[in-house]
Design a protein around this ligand. Structure first.
Ligand SMILES: C[S@@+](CC[C@H](N)C(=O)[O-])C[C@H]1O[C@@H](n2cnc3c(N)ncnc32)[C@H](O)[C@@H]1O
Length: 300
């Protein structure tokens, strides 16, 4: 049974593989699409057999047609260089194709990665979506947990931001949560009171193990990070889509800001957390398509 879009009252959480869940959603329906996939652990991702082919035939280049030749060549070069990334990208590529199809003409796609994937992904996404569609590389910096003594401790994630149409995308910096000035003595008291507009480097704590937000879901992202994304790149009433919803942070933020959402996760535990966190959403199950086994992918 395909996911029933009209059941989204006011918003929808789908339990299932995100390819199954999204294929019946209408083109261009979402102003924000956020993807926070499991990080590449070096193991092959669990995925449907139909997406594991190395052939570009049937993959994103033939779906979208844009930047096809450059993308194909760059993809080939990078995949030859790193097998583990090949597995990861083969999993992600058809999901990015879907994300792009579902993104509104004034919409923005946010791909949340860790430092090990970010550089390859940037090169591939530029070739795929077009360099002119690249808007930002956001660094989310935190400072928590053990620190290596053998190198600079890695305490950041990278969020790559692409817009469907560089001439038309929605971006409202006025509504974004502001932050304290680093040198408040250098600006007027009015400016200090208002705070400053964040740059592309966001210092924000991880979800506190004892705080209000904590759901217990291991990869939960802080609401403060998602709130800025939703505030800047959508308006009240717009639709927001999260392909890898986990604990439902995107939905919690979208709901509080008056946006509607579709969240997808293949993990039963994640769906259980979202039931508690988002009681007003509708919950449905996406059945696997006939083309593949679509086993559940593991959470990172
Ligand atoms: C890094 S976590 C997302 C965390 C989320 N942003 C949050 O704030 O809680 C990645 C999620 O993707 C889910 N996932 C992995 N493969 C999937 C697939 N093919 N379809 C749907 N969900 C998937 C996992 O179950 C996991 O919950």
């Amino acid at each position: 049974m395909p996911v029933d879009w009209t059941a989204a009252s006011p918003s929808l959480v789908v339990h299932g593989d995100n390819l199954d869940a999204t294929r019946t959603l209408p083109d261009g329906a979402f102003t924000v699409v956020y993807l926070d996939p499991p990080f590449n652990t070096g193991r092959a991702q669990t995925r449907r057999s139909t997406t594991s082919t190395r052939s570009v035939e049937g993959s994103i280049t033939s779906i979208t047609g844009f930047k096809g030749v450059a993308y194909e060549r760059i993809r080939g070069d990078l995949m030859r260089y790193d097998d583990r990334f090949d597995d990861y990208w083969t999993f992600l590529e058809p999901r990015l194709a879907e994300a792009w199809r579902l993104l509104a003409d004034d919409g923005t796609l946010y791909l949340h990665l860790d430092y090990r994937e970010a550089h390859y992904a940037k090169v591939l996404l530029d070739a795929l979506f077009g360099r002119e569609s690249f808007l930002n590389e956001i660094i989310w910096a935190y400072d928590y947990g053990a620190k290596s003594r053998a190198r600079w401790p890695t305490k950041h994630d990278t969020i790559l931001v692409y817009v469907k149409d560089p001439q038309r995308y929605w971006f409202d910096s006025e509504t974004v949560d502001r932050e304290p000035y680093m040198a408040p003595g250098l600006v007027t008291p009015e400016k200090v009171a208002r705070g400053k507009l964040p740059t592309d480097v966001w210092w924000h704590t991880i979800v506190s193990p004892t705080g209000r937000e904590k759901t217990g879901y291991p990869t939960q992202k802080p609401e403060g990070v998602l709130r800025r994304i939703v505030q800047a790149s959508s308006r009240e009433g717009d639709w927001v889509l999260d392909f890898f919803a986990g604990s439902g942070t995107t939905g919690a933020v979208a709901e509080a800001l008056g946006r509607r959402f579709v969240l997808v996760d293949s993990n039963e535990e994640a769906v259980g957390v979202m039931r508690r966190r988002l009681p007003s959403a509708s919950f449905v199950v996406a059945e696997p398509s006939a083309t593949g086994a679509a086993p559940e992918a593991s959470a990172s």
